[in-house]
Design a protein around this ligand. Sequence first.
Ligand code: AHR
Length: 373
Amino acid sequence: MKRRLMTGFMAAALAGTVLAGCGGTKSAETDAVTEAVKTEGAKTAEATEKTEEKTADGAMITVGFAQVGHESDWRTASTNSVQAALSRENGIDLQFVDCDNDSAAQLEAVRNFIQQGVDYIVIDPIISTGWDIVLTEADDAGIPVIVIDRTIDDSDKYVSWVGSEFTNEGLAAGAWLEAYAEKNGVSELNILEITGTTGSSAEIGRTSGFHKYIEKNGWNLLDSQTGDFTQEGGQSVMESYCKSYEGKFNVVICQNDNEAFGAIDAMTAAGVKFGVGGDVILISFDACTAGLTDVLAGKINADFQCNPLQGPDCLNIIKKLEAGEKVEKKTFMAEPWYVAEEGLSEISYTNNAGKAVTEPLVPVDQAVVDAAY
Ligand code: AHR
């Protein structure tokens, strides 16, 4: 691994941001550190000038980030989180590449980072396979790779991954639908599914988790097509579903909020009544601000969070690696499940690790929406 000396300013900035990013109860010690960082913060202009100087002498940490694209509200929150944490103020020179959902472009971006000799590479992999050769190249070049959000499943040549347990998201959606249908006396479920980007671990996990409940209950899956995690994709698939399955479906599951926004527009145009009190139960994933606004309005019945705020975790990993400390190979984000109605307060299911769990269902109010990303 390539190494540089960290200056006092960089160490203070890294320490301060990691503490701020982790949140939680502040101790006197963290207050003191926070105060020290605030003092640094008061000298923003001077500090920025100094870090710019450090760029010239190569002391900044250089990080290349190959982001999936800009397909969703979730993605915007992810990009903002990483850019805010891996900032010049925190001693990091971040090169950001929006790969526009193009796997070949993402591999090329990573190869460019390797050629430039950046200190770290951060990847949010569009799809979960096809990574072994390029990660071997990064490894040979001594550049640590940090993976966020989606997983890489055909190579372990990365130092750390932090993201979501997508299979649990799908399992939780299935467990909720099972309990909701039983509570409301819905005996026959005819389901239309709009999946995310094919081959992404988010799509693979959510599909496999939810399908376990389809098989277990003998639910009828009428159709499943990809909406590529976009609003346009969700709308176009739902428009076609409304024509092909008119009057025949009572559940729509969209694998992210933007697909659900498109499905809402298509069902509204087709005169389909969905959401609370409607004929069709609508399920989504992500729980971004606009998604939770639709849950609060009763348009989406349940929204399973996928947490995009991995910037502070990335910074924390880099900080530890810089200090020569060990990092976790895998870290899962904590993710709540949101619902439009009270009545069911929790769900129980066997999670992807084989553990029986009981987890709360959070009814959405304005405070929940206001706290979202
Ligand atoms: O990988 C996370 C998924 O990708 C989110 O569910 C979706 O909104 C995004 O595009």
